[in-house]
Design a protein around this ligand. Structure first.
Ligand SMILES: Cc1cc2nc3c(=O)[nH]c(=O)nc-3n(C[C@H](O)[C@H](O)[C@H](O)COP(=O)(O)OP(=O)(O)OC[C@H]3O[C@@H](n4cnc5c(N)ncnc54)[C@H](O)[C@@H]3O)c2cc1C
Length: 538
């Protein structure tokens, strides 16, 4: 239902406009609409959700972006606060290396993980013990960090029970934990070198994380594996639920509308059809390089103009983090055949050798000498890359059997991939051949190792590359969690300062989502979406 405020403004004029209908923008819009503001959410695609999205093909449901969700004390708190009902199931994780597969059930699985690594690397038993000890410590910190519902989603003026029973006892532990986290900020690759001598073992522990992931974040993954859940009907149901909330609260959503100019002084945004929309506040919940490329600062004060220029330069010289390649398979084989092997969310490494320099030095060589290298060299590299990599394998039907036609299985196989490689090959004119080589090799590796049942059972196969991600969500370098990890990050990267992550140099413009805070992901996108909405309401 529309509030008085929502009804009484001129056409195309809004209290707040939100650009980007990913999970961050949806969160901001839901909160602002609920507060009675006249809100417009603008999304360039036909559907909202961005990287929290599901789609159907030939009766198979697939998740286009994130494969399962981690609560992190944020998602359920947000749903509860907005009174959104979402039916969810646990999304248990399996870890596999060569023929060894471990089903993670609870914290005691960490011991089994230690045993699995020791079986594969018996000479490194002591070092593995040390790593597992550190993971256990980090898990305790994670219990504190996500131990209560995030206070940002609580009404701290009214909920005295929460303040006295939960927040106040938690705060000292939180401050202590934050100190510990900040001390474990060095890249996980470097950190592991100080404990583990065997490079293959280091790779097996860390190669499925983004380049230079801070140690705390990487080694906290065991906790996150236990936290994963899955909305019935697919991950995209979370976005659907928020979208429904926005319209239920009188908010407006305009899809297939791309913002191509922001006129900051006039408080206007312009879409691809030259239609202008006026705002009092703007929340930019999309790629930040794009914002600074299309913003017009004419008429703003010289001080603000300088700050905008400085921020623009800072953003433009930084890169988005790793992207991802996803292979989608429609398989003529029942779910049970896959259930016997691993859970529906599975991290699998077919070779314990590890990637070593394949995805760093060797790839860098190919990229820097791209004009000189032969196609065959790239294919030889691809062969190694696909044999030594770690795969994230998702079987939506094992989480919700309604998501596949009877007797069949849909599978998504993905891994981190370098945007520049795909971009250069596209420019060189043989991207389709490269993608098809990629798909065949991934399929060979997986069907020769963990899923021999795949052989001759594929009904259809198609893939999304880093270029598809760039095209679809307008994400620089096809990044899926914002900025690449570097010594000096262009956005806030300390949890105690997250309240400032949404600020931009222009007082009426806020930022939210994967580009606003690092390390990012679904929970932080939701958190920044809420913080931005709170700033507007202040
Ligand atoms: C394969 C995969 C696995 C992942 N795994 C995890 C995981 O395990 N855990 C985790 O936390 N995260 C994971 N993520 C990352 C997570 O999905 C994203 O970080 C998060 O969804 C980002 O949300 P967002 O709203 O900030 O941005 P986006 O989802 O990128 O949304 C931005 C929206 O803005 C729109 N837009 C862009 N430009 C314009 C414009 N000019 N005008 C109008 N609209 C525009 C886009 O179309 C898009 O809908 C994964 C992602 C992928 C792809």
């Amino acid at each position: 239902m529309k509030s008085l405020k929502q009804r009484n403004m001129p056409e195309n004029t809004y209290n707040t406009i939100i650009v980007g209908g990913g999970i961050a923008g949806l969160t901001s819009a839901a909160y602002l609409a609920r507060a009675g503001q006249k809100v417009l959410l603008i999304e360039k695609n036909r559907e909202c959700g961005g990287l929290v999205n599901s789609f159907t093909r030939d009766g198979f449901h697939f998740d286009a972006g994130v494969r399962a969700l981690e609560d992190a004390g944020i998602i359920f708190a947000m749903l509860k606060d907005l009174k959104i009902q979402l039916e969810v199931v646990k999304s248990p994780v399996s870890l596999g290396i060569e023929n060894e597969i471990l089903h993670i059930e609870d914290i005691s699985s960490l011991v089994k993980y230690r045993d699995l690594l020791t079986k594969l690397f018996p000479e490194s038993k002591r070092e593995i013990g040390k790593v597992v000890k550190i993971i256990r410590k980090i898990m305790k910190h994670m219990d504190v960090l996500y131990g209560i519902e995030n206070p940002v989603f609580k009404d701290l003026r009214r909920d005295r029970n929460f303040i006295f029973k939960k927040l106040l006892p938690w705060l000292p532990k939180f401050i202590f934990t934050v100190g510990k986290i900040n001390r474990m900020n060095i890249p996980v690759e470097e950190y592991l070198k100080t404990i583990v001598k065997n490079p293959s073992l280091r790779d097996i522990i860390s190669q499925h994380f983004f380049k230079n992931t801070p140690t705390f974040f990487a080694l906290s993954y065991f906790s996150l594996y236990l936290d994963y859940f899955y909305p019935k009907g697919g991950v995209g149901q979370l976005s659907e639920a928020l979208k429904n909330k926005i319209t239920e609260c009188g908010g407006e959503i305009k899809t297939e509308t791309k913002i191509i100019e922001v006129l900051a002084e006039k408080c206007l945004v312009k879409d691809q059809n030259n239609i202008h929309y006026k705002y009092e506040n703007l929340i930019w919940a999309a790629d930040l390089k794009t914002l600074y490329k299309i913003i017009v600062t004419e008429g703003l004060s010289p001080g603000i103009k300088t700050k905008v220029e400085e921020t623009k330069n800072k953003f433009l010289i930084n890169r988005g983090g790793d992207s991802v390649f996803s292979l989608f398979l429609e398989v003529d084989e029942p779910l049970d055949s896959f259930r016997k092997i691993a859970h529906g969310h599975f991290f699998y490494t077919p070779s314990k050798l590890g990637l070593a320099e394949t995805h760093r030095e060797e790839l860098n060589y190919l990229l820097s000498n791209f004009e000189k290298v032969e196609k065959e060299q790239i294919f030889a590299w691809l062969e190694k890359f696909t044999r030594l990599n770690t795969y994230e394998i998702s079987v939506p039907g094992l989480k919700d059997p309604e998501l596949v036609p009877h007797g069949k299985t849909g599978i998504i196989i993905s891994f981190l991939a370098e945007y520049d490689l795909f971009n250069k090959i596209q420019e060189a004119g043989w991207i389709d051949e490269f993608i098809s080589e990629f798909e065949n090799r991934v399929l060979n590796v997986i069907s020769e190792s963990v899923y021999p049942i795949l052989k001759d059972k594929i009904i259809a196969a198609f893939s999304f590359t880093p270029l598809s991600i760039e095209n679809r969500v307008g994400s620089s370098e096809g990044a899926i969690t914002g900025w690449a990890f570097q010594k000096s990050m262009p956005v806030i990267n300390k949890i105690q300062f997250s309240g400032r992550s949404v600020l931009t140099p222009i007082p009426s413009i806020y930022q939210a989502g994967q580009w606003a805070y690092s390390p990012a992901g679904v929970p932080m996108s939701i958190l920044t979406g809420k913080i931005a909405a709170d700033r507007v309401l202040k």
